[in-house]
Design a protein around this ligand. Structure first.
Ligand SMILES: C[S@@+](CC[C@H](N)C(=O)[O-])C[C@H]1O[C@@H](n2cnc3c(N)ncnc32)[C@H](O)[C@@H]1O
Length: 432
């Protein structure tokens, strides 16, 4: 077992957690949907010594905690189907942090050359995520910074983006919650487009975002100055269900937290950021919405039916129960939704197996959910798939989750709302 008491990754996470509630953190809610402190302890225990190791998370979201491992000498590959998340996580890399002075100065200088004082109608109510004048300014921003490669439409564009351009593409995402128009409900993951325009132009929020990122980067550099030689953080756009892990090599360990089978749509949870990123390239997030694991787009997905019988027995049974339930939309919506989730999750787990070196470790964090009283055992699905691939379970913890973004509603008082909250922390090693 690794001794975690002196881990800079843990102390940095603690510090970042504190920063999350202060206005200084450049990231909107640093741990939004990310690993918890307990999950971090679990994967650090199973990873052992970090220096020199290569670690992959192909569904990494904003990469809040795993990015820290790069500061401890590991080479960390992070990916996500949403390029918005890749841009955000790349802001946490040692390379960006080490170049913070140069990048921030260049950014300020370049921004000063732009002209963002066009017509704004001031504080008006807007129906969409972004007011028209802000969309026009983001297009101008793209031209100003020469952001030609479009990571939404071109698969390789993100990985080809030089550091400066990646930085310039990522900074507006830190300003997204000031630039975009949205209404929050009592459930912060289900925000809706539309609302009062908060800022007349993008310039002031961008300046605040870069200053705030600079402070974060300086604090990150200070924390690790005494530590070991930093490793690398490489961020690429990936599609785990399709087995697309970009250019990542075979790795010592995979640590990942796939989506859960609930109604949470990550492109909506990260709506302001995703819409600002898409607007820079005049792209749409709808393609990502339908391709993400756990997508609630079920129309036109009959092709997944062919893979259903190859799923573990318990999963096939749960799917049959969901399909034959007499409740509303059981066959038309809930059955294909859970089936697609199971097929794409199983596919990503199988494809990941081929990315791990001999004696490598796989760590998954996943939740079982329910459709009415039918349990959908996602943890068991991962266990069965990996056992059939010759992996042995070397660590398992079950958590009953009492708090979760998206589930506790003010009106629900102390109770839990919606789906069951049984979470699995699973670690595997190859046995043959
Ligand atoms: C539970 S979140 C991961 C959160 C992350 N651990 C963090 O620290 O922020 C799941 C992520 O999987 C991504 N995702 C969904 N389908 C995917 C796919 N097919 N390939 C890669 N990423 C996917 C989502 O965009 C989302 O960011």
């Amino acid at each position: 077992m690794a001794d975690l008491s002196s881990s800079p990754a843990i102390s940095k996470a603690k510090r970042d957690s504190g920063a999350a509630s202060s206005s200084k953190s450049p990231f909107f809610s640093r741990a939004y949907g990310g690993y918890t402190a307990g999950q971090q302890q679990f994967y650090l225990t199973h990873l052992g010594k970090l220096s020199g190791k290569t670690i992959l998370d192909p569904m990494s979201g904003q990469g809040f905690l795993l990015a820290n491992l790069a500061f401890e000498g590991a080479t960390v590959w992070l990916g996500d189907i949403n390029p918005t998340m890749c841009l955000m996580s790349s802001l946490r890399s040692p390379e960006m942090v080490q170049n913070r002075e140069r990048l921030s100065n260049w950014f300020d200088e370049q921004l000063g050359r732009g002209s963002f004082s066009g017509k704004s109608r001031g504080a008006e109510y807007v129906d969409d995520w972004l007011p028209d004048n802000i969309r026009a300014e983001l297009r101008h921003y793209r031209e100003l910074f020469g952001l030609s490669g479009d990571p939404f439409r071109e698969r390789e564009a993100f990985s080809r983006m030089p550091l400066r351009k990646r930085f310039a593409a990522a900074i507006p995402l830190l300003a997204a919650r000031e630039i975009a128009c949205f209404r929050s409900s009592d459930n912060q993951t289900w925000i809706k487009p539309g609302g009062l325009q908060r800022e007349p132009h993008i310039t002031a929020p961008l300046k605040r975002a870069v200053a705030s990122w600079y402070a974060f980067a300086t604090a990150s550099a200070d924390l690790y100055r005494e530590g070991c030689q930093p490793g690398q953080l490489l961020t690429m756009r990936m599609d785990a269900a399709a087995g697309d892990f970009a250019m990542s090599p075979k790795v010592n360990a995979i640590v990942t937290s796939p989506p859960y089978a609930n109604r949470l749509d990550y492109t909506r949870m990260w709506g302001p950021e995703s819409q600002v990123a898409a607007s820079i390239w005049e792209a749409s997030v709808s393609d990502i919405q339908s391709r993400q694991i756990g997508s609630n787009v079920v129309r036109g997905t009959d092709r997944f039916r062919n893979d259903e019988e190859a799923l573990p027995r318990e999963i096939v049974k749960a799917l049959r129960d969901i399909k034959s339930d007499e409740g509303y939309a059981s066959e038309g919506y809930y059955y294909p939704f859970f089936r697609n989730y199971a097929v794409t999750l199983a596919s990503s787990v199988k494809k990941l197996v081929s990315r791990v070196l001999r004696n490598g470790t796989l760590v998954f964090f996943v939740r079982d959910t329910v459709r009415k009283d039918i349990l959908f055992p996602a943890g068991l699905l991962i266990e069965e798939v990996l056992q059939s691939e010759g992996y042995r379970l070397v660590g398992r913890e079950r958590q009953i989750v009492k708090r979760h973004v998206g589930l506790r509603r003010r009106s629900a008082g102390s109770g839990l709302y919606g789906v069951g909250q049984q979470e699995w922390w699973l670690a595997f090693r190859k046995v043959r």
